[in-house]
Design a protein around this ligand. Structure first.
Ligand code: NDP
Ligand code: HSE
Length: 438
């Protein structure tokens, strides 16, 4: 039980729930590194059982460890439960049961944490068990432990990152080849980067879960996936990417979590996931393929970037094993890792009140007064223009406008009005701009 020192020589018994892409690598690392793990933990780490759905599928692990009775395994004589099943149920019930019984939990399940971290932390607190989840955001990259522990003495103001490898692979492909979204997605699926059903990735659900977890830790506030404004990449066109390139930018799907202070000094939190143009000189612009990177800004520490593999069996298992060693060490000495820190309980600011900068690319008639008409619409809607670029072609002109920070509502009504101007042939691209001074 937590709070009691483990008798010398007694092993830490681990229940593994799930043995798929990540779970199979957890088993491999646990087996291959058994001696080192024993030395690092101060007690042998013993795999007590592995719960799966179809035991016959798993020839790679000792048959006597496999069970389809996940609840029975959790209830058995184990100290730690490692969950790599994914999804909400049965993971939620299994982990609540484990925590209530004082068993420490390690999980990679971002979907579960982004919805139910409050209940899980409460169960952990009631019994004194640990709840660790480094693998849930950005796979192998040590990011949550730095936020929870290393930066616990600082005041984090912003966390902005590329936290979904599938969408980054697709957008990097569109940028490199000029391909459209459909073609780039097909390529990502053919090469195994996108799953058979890529919805959770391309529609931004995966990144929104991760943003909720990041915002909760960074701002000491419970933020759930439902609090995160979410837009995916399915509407990003080759024209958007080309327009970005033309201005020295690239398009990325970003998760952005910010601490916002109003004019009257009230603090709130904003969390959003959407495609955005960033300058090619920004550190996140060079993050290509399926890699992840997260940029953190804190008052005292300044700017930091965390970069590495955000997915895959072995990289994710590395983060799971790191957590397993941490909770096992705590168990050996009857200690405990960090608890939930949600004391700030800041309100979440709705997206409609979160101003962002926009890049708008238009095809317009090349005749006198066009620029003035377009500029007047921006002025009428209170949207301030930061930069304008015009390129004259044979029969028409291309006009690119970059705004200062404006709300969604103001921008939408501006664009609707501009689209109706007789001199505007087409609104080619409208996209947010990040990573530049506003
Ligand atoms: P997989 O789909 O590859 O594996 C899931 C495993 O869970 C399978 O072994 C499956 O059994 C088992 N399982 C499913 N339902 C049950 C059940 N009811 N009872 C017992 N076992 C069950 O998933 P991944 O390994 O890819 O992902 C696992 C978790 O890790 C998810 O939360 C995911 O979000 C997270 N994650 C994954 C990353 C990745 O790169 N894959 C990266 C970061 C996080 P069977 O094999 O018999 O069907
Ligand atoms: N589907 C996720 C991605 C896996 O593409 O990044 C890691 O959470």
């Amino acid at each position: 039980m937590p709070g009691q020192k483990l008798p010398d020589g007694k092993p830490i018994r681990v229940a593994l729930l799930g043995c798929g892409t990540v779970g199979a690598e957890v088993v491999r690392l646990l087996t291959d590194q058994a001696a080192d793990l024993t030395a690092r933990v101060g007690a042998p780490v013993e795999l007590a059982g592995i719960a799966v759905r179809k035991p016959n599928k798993h020839r790679e692990v000792p048959a006597e460890l496999l069970t389809t009775d996940a609840a029975g395994l959790v209830a058995s004589d184990v100290d730690v439960v490692v969950e790599v099943i994914g999804g909400i149920e049965p993971a939620r019930t299994l982990l609540l049961d484990a925590l209530r019984a004082g068993k420490s939990v390690v999980t990679a399940n971002k979907a579960l944490l982004a919805e139910h971290s409050g209940a899980l932390f409460e169960a952990a607190d009631a019994s004194g068990a640990d709840l660790y989840f480094e693998a849930a955001v950005a796979g192998a990259i040590p990011l949550l432990r730095p936020l929870r522990e290393s930066l616990a003495g600082d005041r984090i103001t912003r966390v902005m990152g590329i936290v979904n490898g599938t969408t980054n692979y697709i957008l990097s492909g569109m940028d490199a080849t000029g391909a459209g979204y459909g073609e780039a997605l097909e390529e990502a699926s053919r090469l195994g980067y996108a799953e058979a059903d890529p919805t959770a990735d391309v529609d931004g659900f995966d990144a929104a879960s991760k943003a909720a977890i990041l915002a909760s830790l960074a701002f000491h506030t419970r933020v759930t996936a439902a609090d995160v404004h979410r837009e995916g990449i399915a509407a990003v066109t080759a024209a958007d990417v080309a327009a970005a390139k033309g201005l020295g930018r690239t398009v990325k799907l970003l998760a952005i979590c910010e601490r916002v202070t109003s004019a009257s000094g009230e603090e709130s939190v904003s969390a959003r996931v959407h495609p955005a143009m960033i300058p090619r000189s920004h550190p996140l612009a060079g993050v290509g393929g399926a890699f992840n990177a997260v940029f953190v800004e804190a008052d005292a520490a300044g700017e930091m970037m965390f970069y590495g593999k955000g997915a895959g069996g072995a990289p994710t298992a590395s983060a799971v094993l790191g957590d397993l060693v941490a909770v096992a060490r705590n168990r050996v000495v009857a200690g405990r890792g960090p608890r939930e820190s949600a004391y700030a309980a800041l309100p979440v600011r709705p997206m409609g009140q979160t101003p962002t900068r926009y890049h708008i690319s238009l095809d317009v008639a090349d005749k006198p007064g066009v620029l003035a008409q377009v500029a007047a619409v921006f002025a009428d809607h209170g949207v301030s223009i930061a930069a304008v670029r015009q390129e004259v072609r044979v029969a028409d002109a291309s006009l690119v406008v970059v705004t200062h920070a404006a709300t969604d509502a103001a921008l939408r009504s501006t664009v609707d009005k501009i689209a109706g101007l007789p001199v505007v042939r087409e609104v080619v691209s409208v996209m947010r701009v990040e990573g530049e001074e506003s």
